[in-house]
Ligand binder design. Structure first.
Ligand code: PHE
Length: 516
């Protein structure tokens, strides 16, 4: 216990100690007096007191004192008498006054007439009948006797301010009567604080507190001379509550993109990128996607008006691609058997996938290589909880003599495993540019379902040959937003783009399955 007390004392702020010392000298000391004695300002006294109270060392008591003063109407009535009194003074002799003569007869101001009549009747000092006011017996008696309200009024006239607790009962009655009248009194409330030691507080004082100046900021000299060793320091309460701080951090989508980049870089891939504004040639034609393919339709693809056409690469390459579309060119394929149109290939589009980056890379690099790329893609989708017209893909291509379908499955499995998804499966799919083609799905336990995350396959010779590649090449293009939704447990893809500050602040970025 005494250990605890010492600990509490050690953690007291110097202002708290000063306040306690003052209380030790005089247990009825006021906050103002403490401020005066210690040289602290009153705010510091009150906050030290608040802090002591929160630690149960003192109790803060609040005394609210109410005082009453006269308003200007009140002061007028105190000087001249209440309006009904002034009427009685005249009625005592006249016995009756016609109502219309009241103002002149009793010397009332206009606003006092109604007040006088009201209270004459309420106090039963007069009766009104057919426009004539006549005095009652009670009124006769009142002539010589001041009411308690009037007595209080005359006291207020001299004292100006009174505290109800100081009044005897009869005057308290008078106060209540005056309070019931409109506009005669105003009250002011004064709050006084007083401090009482709790048993813990008394114990602390018994143990004894010493006030030593404490070092708050060390100077270079104090450190150098070793003086810091002799200074006294106030210990910190490391369990004290602290405000929440929300430092800047990476956006969750950016975070997962960075993770994905790390994974591929660590797997020995080279990063590449491409333009968002692309020619249909790179986006579609280089991928052996026929010019009447459904994916090229206006309702799926954003065609750009300005520039409406994009320059094509060198003519020989274009020619090789054209021939492959028409009759298979140098490949053993028969092609699509239609007349290829260079104008269609020149159309400018917002890339619908990142696979065009891979064909461009294949065209300008010699295998063997492993390339990946992360980028935004655009499709004409109606916005809903699952779809956005722009999203991210991670694209990859691996080309070399011995590259095969097994390698593709292995790379995909490895990639998802590193991201924390261990159950991956592949389903047959179709893309015009790959054979074999697959869709990859990962199993998401919390939803107990398989979720489709992207396409992959072995590039067809119709793609590779015109680009000058003679080795096999595997390729994949995987959605990133869906992975982010699984990782951060959100059901609506829009959350990733909404800048919901509460969600962003509270989301733990390291959430997710731990990597090995
Ligand atoms: N480009 C395809 C994915 C894919 C990439 C590479 C090979 C096969 C498929 C898509 O957008 O879904």
């Amino acid at each position: 216990m005494s250990d605890d007390i010492t600990k509490i004392i050690n953690e007291l702020h110097i202002y708290e100690k000063k306040l306690l010392k003052e209380l030790e000298k005089d247990e009825n000391i006021t906050p103002d007096k403490i401020a005066e004695n210690t040289g602290m300002d009153i705010k510091s006294v009150m906050s030290a007191a608040g802090s002591l109270a929160s630690k149960d060392i003192i109790i803060m008591e609040k005394d609210v004192e109410e005082h009453f003063q006269l308003t200007s109407d009140g002061a007028l009535f105190a000087d001249e008498g209440l309006p009904e009194r002034r009427v009685i003074n005249v009625l005592k002799e006249k016995k009756q006054i016609p109502m219309k003569d009241l103002m002149g007869a009793a010397g009332l101001q206009k606003f006092e007439v109604n007040i006088a009549m009201g209270w004459l009747v309420r106090k039963n000092w007069a009766k009104i009948d057919k426009g004539v006011i006549s005095i009652t017996e009670k009124g006769e008696n009142a002539f010589n006797n001041l009411g308690s309200d009037e007595e209080l009024l005359s006291i207020l006239k001299i004292k100006h301010i009174i505290n109800p607790f100081e009044l005897p009962n009869n005057l308290l009655k008078g106060l209540n009567e005056l309070k019931n009248r409109k506009n005669l009194l105003k009250d002011t409330k004064k709050v006084d604080h007083s401090f009482k030691l709790t048993p813990l507080g008394s114990k602390i004082l018994e143990t004894g507190i010493t006030i030593k100046e404490q070092a708050t900021q060390l100077t270079h000299e104090q450190l150098e001379s070793g003086e810091y060793e002799k200074l006294s320091y106030r210990p910190y309460d490391i369990n004290a509550e602290s405000p929440n701080i929300f430092p800047g951090k990476m956006h969750p989508l950016r975070k997962i993109i960075e993770e994905i980049r790390d994974i591929f870089l660590n797997m020995g891939f080279t990063e590449s990128d491409g333009d968002i504004l692309n020619s249909a040639f790179w986006n579609f034609d280089s991928l052996f996607q026929p010019q009447d393919h459904a994916a090229r339709e206006m309702q799926d693809t954003f065609y750009v008006k300005n520039p409406a056409r994009v320059d094509l690469p060198d003519e020989e390459l274009v020619e090789r691609v054209a021939r492959t579309h028409e009759d298979g060119g140098e490949t053993s394929s028969e092609g699509w058997g239609y007349k290829w149109d260079v104008e269609v290939a020149k159309q400018s589009v917002l890339r619908t996938h990142t696979t065009g980056i891979s064909t461009k890379y294949l065209e300008s690099h010699e295998p063997p290589f492993k390339m990946f790329s992360v980028g935004r893609v655009f499709r004409r989708e109606t916005i809903n909880y699952k779809h956005l017209p722009e999203f991210h893909q991670v694209e990859g291509v691996v080309a070399g003599e011995n590259i095969n379908f097994q390698n593709l499955l292995g790379i995909l499995r490895e990639f998802y495993k590193k991201l924390g998804f261990t159950q991956v499966r592949f389903r047959p799919a179709y893309f015009p540019y790959t054979y074999l083609s697959i869709e990859t799905e990962v199993f998401f336990e919390e939803k107990d379902s398989w979720i489709e995350l992207g396409g992959a396959g072995m590039f067809r010779p119709e793609v590779l040959k015109p680009l000058g590649i003679d080795t096999p090449a595997l390729a994949f293009g995987l959605g990133i937003e869906r992975l982010a939704m699984l990782r951060y447990d959100i059901n609506d893809i829009r959350m990733l783009y909404k800048s919901d500050i509460k969600w962003l602040r509270e989301l733990p970025l390291d959430k997710g399955i731990k990597l090995d």
